[in-house]
Design a protein. Structure first.
Length: 554
């Protein structure tokens, strides 16, 4: 039954928009010759989010809003109906029972689409639900992935059940499947491959530009053979499934050699497998290729020119810390300097740099290696990660005896690194004497240049940062196109903040001032929080405001 909704009045009544905003949206609709629905305009103008709008519609139309990721959808039901009709209506069948065909739709006010569904699905009455268009389209992508991998799955299953099956056979179907997984990941520009079993199937996801995308769904029946073959590649114990294991292997993919760092961990339904893709060509960046703005680049180069002291690069896992450190070493390496790195593991090989790898199994820890490194007469030392107070004290001691030391910490911002060092037991006066600077960074996705369009972020986001914005500002986003696989993003760039330890900040550290006091002094000294760098890149149309606020706290 058709129901007329004055959606603008409803949103005003619920306090979602104002009367002025409604009038503005009606003007935009008139300018478009009414080609746009009012709901689309509210979302495009940043007045309300897509999910919030869908929930308002569901409430008014007395439909149930359903999160498609919270339910198990039996894809076999879809095979009984016309996929073209369902997809054109942005609808998906979520289940079928004795009484109804249950269908989730994205636009319950598109009565033409609903009539189309009802004309073609006549076996039973339809019960409608409301879901997000993006979720419906993603489920169709998942269904297509399942369909395209069926023939390969059958070949693997036939081979596993044959008497001739051997795990170490380089020409086996399971090995061909692994090669296909690796090739797809490299072609997509992925940094990691995640293979995760659940109770009914195995999901293979690639991390592209920091975001996971599902690329294969495999039958659970082949999981054990797949996991064992990958563990053989990484020289892991295939009989050990109760503990985590780490390994490494190399393989030629698309005529180029890649290293893969392998990690397994036991979960409820089997071992989760993660493979980090290491491309030797990608890591050898120069400082000016990292994506720092001009001001931060000058600050970073000033830190690198220090004759001695400690420089920390901080941020969460996957924020590009290793890339930044390698770029720094690549910039300052010289035949006249001896540079030694201590890593776990060594990810990339650097020319003119002596690289050493720890081995916890034999007690060759960061601290043990660092002590031996100091007897090698180095000028510059890179410690991959400060994990304990012993390593920290040894590294600081090295900096106080004339060495420049680089290392990483896991902190959310630069001032927090000082607090973290105190928590690890380092005396305040030692921090003040040794610390040269702290670089904190994140990686944000770049807008795809092929589908970049102007964009109005939602008003709550603007309100969070309005005091950082100029009077006239324009933001951009990616509409989505084949070049970026309809994500709107392609590639990543760094945003960062750099805290240089001035005399005043050093004095505050030695006097055990708290984080807030140090932060205020840093601001007076020219420190700019990472948010400022992120907003600047969003205003330059390099990234989106939503992406910046996804990774940075306001």
């Amino acid at each position: 039954m058709r129901k007329t909704l004055r959606i603008g009045d409803i949103l005003i009544d619920e306090g979602k928009i104002t009367q002025d905003q409604l009038m503005h949206a009606l003007g935009v609709q008139k300018d478009s010759n009414f080609s746009k629905k009012l709901g689309e305009i509210f979302i495009d103008e940043g007045l309300i989010g897509e999910k919030e709008f869908a929930q308002v519609l569901a409430s008014q139309l007395e439909y149930e809003f359903i999160d498609l990721y919270s339910i198990n959808i039996n894809f076999t039901v879809l095979k009984n109906f016309s996929l073209n009709i369902l997809k054109s209506a942005d609808a998906i069948i979520i289940k079928e029972d004795e009484d109804f065909i249950h269908i989730a739709i994205s636009d319950p006010l598109n009565y033409d689409n609903m009539e189309l569904l009802e004309r073609n699905i006549v076996v039973k009455p339809i019960k409608y639900y409301i879901s997000l268009k993006s979720d419906i389209r993603h489920l169709y992508e998942r269904f297509e992935i399942i369909e395209t991998t069926q023939s390969l799955m059958q070949k693997v299953k036939d081979e596993i059940h044959s008497k001739e099956f051997k795990l170490d056979n380089e020409q086996s179907s399971i090995m061909q499947l692994i090669e296909q997984i690796l090739k797809t990941a490299v072609r997509n520009g992925a940094s990691d491959i995640h293979i995760e079993p659940n109770d009914i199937d195995v999901s293979v996801r690639n991390r592209v530009d920091g975001i996971l995308r599902e690329v294969f769904i495999l039958d659970i029946e082949i999981y054990n053979a797949l996991a064992s073959r990958i563990k053989i590649l990484g020289n892991l114990d295939i009989s050990e499934k109760r503990r985590s294991q780490d390994g490494r292997f190399s393989m030629n993919v698309n005529n180029s050699k890649y290293d893969f760092r392998l990690s397994t961990a036991p979960t409820l339904h089997g071992e989760s497998i993660v493979m980090r893709i290491l491309d030797q060509q990608k890591i050898l960046l120069k400082l000016d290729q990292l994506g720092m703005n001009e001001k931060n680049l000058k600050k970073f180069q000033t830190l690198l020119d220090s004759p001695y002291g400690v420089v920390f690069v901080t941020g969460p896992t996957g924020s590009g810390k290793t890339t930044s450190l390698y770029a720094a070493l690549n910039d300052i390496k010289d035949i006249e300097n001896k540079i030694i790195t201590i890593e776990d593991p060594i990810e990339y090989q650097l020319p003119l740099v002596q690289q050493m790898q720890t081995n916890d199994k034999i007690g060759y820890t960061f601290n043990h290696v660092l002590k031996s490194v100091l007897r090698q007469d180095p000028d510059i030392i890179m410690v991959g990660e400060i994990r304990d107070d012993e390593t920290l004290n040894t590294a600081v001691g090295a900096s106080l005896t004339g060495h420049l030391v680089f290392s990483t910490l896991h902190t959310n911002d630069a001032p927090s690194a000082i607090t973290r060092l105190v928590q690890m037991g380092l005396q305040s006066y030692l921090i003040a004497d040794s610390l040269v600077g702290i670089v904190t960074q994140r990686l944000v996705r770049k807008i795809c240049p092929e589908c970049k369009i102007e964009h109005k972020p939602q008003l709550p986001l603007i309100k969070k940062i309005h005091h950082h914005l100029p009077e006239d500002y324009t933001f951009y986003t990616g509409k989505g196109c084949p070049k970026c696989e309809f994500s709107g993003y392609k590639g990543r760039i760094m945003i960062c903040e750099i805290l240089q330890i001035t005399e005043n900040i050093s004095t505050q550290i030695s006097e055990d001032k708290n984080k807030h006091e140090i932060y205020q002094e840093a601001l007076r000294s020219g420190f700019e929080p990472m948010l400022i760098d992120g907003i600047g890149k969003a205003l330059e149309s390099t990234t989106t405001l939503e992406e910046v606020l996804r990774v940075v706290k306001t």
